[in-house]
Design a protein around this ligand. Structure first.
Ligand SMILES: Cc1cc2nc3c(=O)[nH]c(=O)nc-3n(C[C@H](O)[C@H](O)[C@H](O)COP(=O)(O)O)c2cc1C
Length: 404
């Protein structure tokens, strides 16, 4: 029998720790998020449904993005113990220049939709953290405006080849004049992927008010206030648009693009050329033969061809095919710094993240993106320490086994 006594309030007081209230509501909200998944939940609550779904969703039955995430879940790390990991160095080089982490912020279209601070906020965090940022052709900030706002960031420009070749060449020239370091040519988008959540939500660009959106808007007043009281939300590089995201993409994208376009771009662009959306070793070889300095093994985060190859599974073959001639990056489904470490161990020079930083953006603007970067950086460093590998450069494929 346990002998009990009356509680003494003086003892209880000692046990209660009140944390000092620092910052505003956004700071406190973000501080409570421990993982990117936590930020995703905050984003889900804060953004209108169609906006969250446009970001979070993928193509078709969304099997591709699920498989990408499952591949990371199948990773088994193989640590070495009793290594001195008191100091870890998570830095690397990307396109021949230092990057503080093996990470870059992927190009995402219509970023000011998620939060009015948009691409500038994301690029500011990239600059502060010391990783590259890619601005999308479908961005809501122009190449000139981004260069002016964030002159010190490593700025890449993502290009879609358009039916209107002249307009696309003009954009490339503007990116060069604005000092962009690299061109990221996305090649997995001959037509728009079937984004069924957007179809079901009646999602249009720019957002239009239907009875349903108005009803949903009432639950997210801050988002609409932001939309209506800041710079109009529009594509920075498109001359005209309107309609659903898929209609717009189909009007703009060039389904007749070929390797000849890559060769032609190589001649016109003197900076680094990255080809994004490569999904097989054969295609990786072909685009590197055509002049690419780097390839991104990517299926567009599962947003284009559903059930496309899973990037983490495809990575070793791509590295074997072109790794001695080009840098290989990977994206799709990364929600954790340990995912980045696994991909780097399997041969990626770096990983791109898209949704991860967009969840942060929706959860709290620039501060939310910073929170994501801090979480990923801490997870990368801790994973390296627990693996017994003090430097990113020392990661080797034998550190990872894909179960199943
Ligand atoms: C909302 C959203 C918009 C995107 N827009 C573009 C784009 O304009 N150009 C592009 O090359 N890729 C685009 N992507 C794909 C990303 O660059 C990247 O390949 C993908 O997000 C990686 O998967 P993850 O989101 O799971 O990290 C977009 C992705 C998302 C989520």
């Amino acid at each position: 029998m346990v002998e009990r006594r009356a509680p003494r309030w003086s003892e209880l007081r000692e046990l209660v720790r009140t944390r000092p209230r620092t910052g505003d509501a956004t700071d406190r909200r973000l501080a409570r998020a421990v993982t990117v998944g936590d930020l995703r939940e905050i984003a889900r609550r804060r953004a209108p449904r169609a906006v969250f779904d446009y970001t979070d969703g993928a193509a078709g039955r969304e099997i591709g993005i699920r498989r990408s995430r499952e591949a990371f879940e199948r990773v088994e790390f193989r640590p070495s113990v009793l290594r001195d990991v008191s100091v870890v160095d998570p830095s690397t080089t990307v396109l021949g220049r230092p990057s503080a982490l093996p990470l870059a912020f992927a190009p995402t279209g219509f970023t000011r939709l998620m939060h009015t601070e948009g691409e500038v906020a994301v690029a500011r965090v990239a600059e502060r953290v010391g990783v590259p940022h890619a601005l999308s052709t479908m961005g809501t900030t122009s190449v000139e405006a981004l260069a002016a706002a964030v002159p010190g960031a490593r700025r890449w420009f993502q290009l879609y080849l358009w039916r209107d070749r002249e307009a696309s060449a003009d954009l490339v020239a503007r990116a060069a004049a604005a000092g962009f370091e690299a061109l990221v040519l996305t090649v997995d988008t001959p037509v728009a992927g079937p984004r069924l959540r957007d179809v079901r939500n009646g999602f249009t660009i720019p957002p239009t008010l239907t009875l349903r959106t108005v009803a949903n808007a009432a639950r997210h007043p801050h988002w609409w206030v932001d939309l209506l009281t800041t710079e109009p939300l529009e594509f920075a590089s498109l001359r005209s648009w309107g309609g659903t995201a898929a209609e717009l993409a189909d009007r703009v994208f060039e389904p007749a693009a070929t390797l000849a376009d890559v060769r032609e771009l190589r001649e016109r662009w003197s900076g680094s050329l990255v080809v994004k959306g490569v999904q097989t070793a054969d295609d990786a070889r072909a685009v590197v033969d055509a002049g690419a300095d780097a390839v991104v093994v990517s299926n567009h985060g599962g947003r284009q061809l559903d059930r496309a190859p899973t990037p983490l599974e495809e990575l070793p073959a791509v590295v074997a095919a072109v790794g001695d001639r080009a840098e290989v990056y990977l994206d799709g489904g990364i929600l954790d710094g340990a995912d980045v470490v696994a991909a780097v161990a399997l041969g990626a020079r770096a990983c791109l993240v898209g949704r991860a930083y967009l969840y942060g953006l929706m959860a709290g603007g620039e501060r939310g993106v910073q929170r994501v970067a801090d979480i990923l950086a801490a997870e990368i460093a801790r994973t390296l320490q627990l693996l017994g590998v003090p430097r990113v450069a020392d990661l080797t494929p034998d550190r990872v086994r894909l179960r199943g």
